[in-house]
Design a protein around this ligand. Structure first.
Ligand SMILES: Nc1ncnc2c1ncn2[C@@H]1O[C@H](COP(=O)(O)OP(=O)(O)OP(=O)(O)O)[C@@H](O)[C@H]1O
Ligand SMILES: [Mg+2]
Length: 308
């Protein structure tokens, strides 16, 4: 599958290989915007950035036997909590923060493209990607690799059932772990940022290799308020009439009802509120706090907004 977006990429940084969804140089403006758009408690962002920076400052200077960095940060949490956006944003913020190590490269792996390869092929595909593509890019200078939905690549071998997960998956996980060990030993300026919805589906040996595992939970009440307000303000930038609805009583109630929903659903509830009737859809400037409250209530009642 070819990269979907990113029209302004520098051709020198494009990696055309199976399993590579995106490649570019860092920092990248659109990634920095993602980092800012994701609302999580500040200590979470601080920890992530500090760990990523440390990977490039301390790790190259220490012997591996004394400091067994693997260069892996793992983000886990429910769907729609900002893991993929944070991973991309973190890559860019890290490159922006460290300015003395030359140009940073970025690769995003699409694990499904590897795992769905014909039986017996995924092991080779993974090996090719990590041992050749990633290794080559890492030899050129600092490299950050995002492994989105990593449970596809490093499936828990202990949980494989024979009919659903053939031996091939088992071998692919073994191959990933072996390659990661080799890469970690050879390239201290390499950082993997992995994400997963299913911490329990990831192989324990992979989780154990992570230098930091950060649980990105559902938004707190404070975060819900910021996410709802931010989404309304984005609409108000186009339809200024609605900017005052954040002061309405119903808006405060909507905040309370949004606790327990994921962040993506909260943003979508505001959009869905514009589609509650045809007139508001024709002119979203008619949106009211009551519309948002009704939409959030509906999301929290229905199965797709089920409280986890
Ligand atoms: N914490 C958050 N704060 C604000 N917006 C968020 C947050 N999390 C998610 N969103 C919104 O949801 C969109 C999707 O987020 P993203 O794809 O990063 O989530 P994810 O955790 O990777 O989801 P999935 O597990 O389904 O892959 C973002 O572009 C943003 O609009
Ligand atoms: Mg994701």
């Amino acid at each position: 599958m070819k990269p979907l977006h990113f029209p302004d990429r520098d051709p020198d940084y494009v990696v055309d290989a199976k399993g590579v969804l995106d490649s570019r140089k860092l920092p990248d403006q659109s990634f920095l915007e993602l980092w800012d758009a994701i609302i999580v408690d500040q200590p979470v962002k601080d920890r992530l950035l500090a760990q990523a920076v440390l990977n490039f400052t301390l790790r190259p200077k220490l012997k591996r036997s004394a400091a067994p960095f693997h260069g892996i940060i793992l983000l886990v949490g429910p769907p729609g909590t900002g893991k993929t956006s944070l991973a991309r944003g973190l890559a860019s913020r890290t490159a922006e923060t460290i300015r003395d190590q030359g140009k940073f490269r970025y690769i995003e792996v699409e694990p499904h493209a590897l795992a769905s390869a014909a039986l017996g092929k995924s092991q080779q595909a993974v090996r090719h990607l990590l041992a050749e593509v990633v290794a080559e890019q890492a030899s050129l200078g600092p490299l950050i690799v995002v492994l989105d939905e990593v449970e596809t690549l490093a499936a828990d071998r202990a949980k494989l059932s024979l009919e659903a997960n053939p031996v091939d998956v088992h071998r692919a996980t073994d191959a990933v772990l072996a390659q990661l060990d080799q890469l970690a030993a050879q390239y201290p300026q390499l950082l993997f940022i992995a994400t997963s919805n299913f911490e329990n589906a990831i192989d324990a040996a992979f989780v154990s290799r992570a230098d930091l595992v950060e649980d990105i939970g559902l938004p707190t009440a404070g975060a819900c308020e910021r996410i709802l307000t931010d989404t309304v303000m984005a609409l108000a930038a186009v339809f200024p009439r609605i900017k005052n609805i954040v002061e309405d009583r119903e808006f405060q109630q909507a905040i309370q009802h949004s606790v327990g929903l994921d962040a993506r659903r909260i943003r979508k509830s505001v959009l869905a509120a514009c589609a509650r009737d045809k007139r508001t859809a024709l002119d979203p400037g008619r949106l009211t706090a009551a519309d948002i409250l009704a939409s959030v209530e509906q999301a929290s009642r229905t199965s797709y907004g089920v409280r986890r």
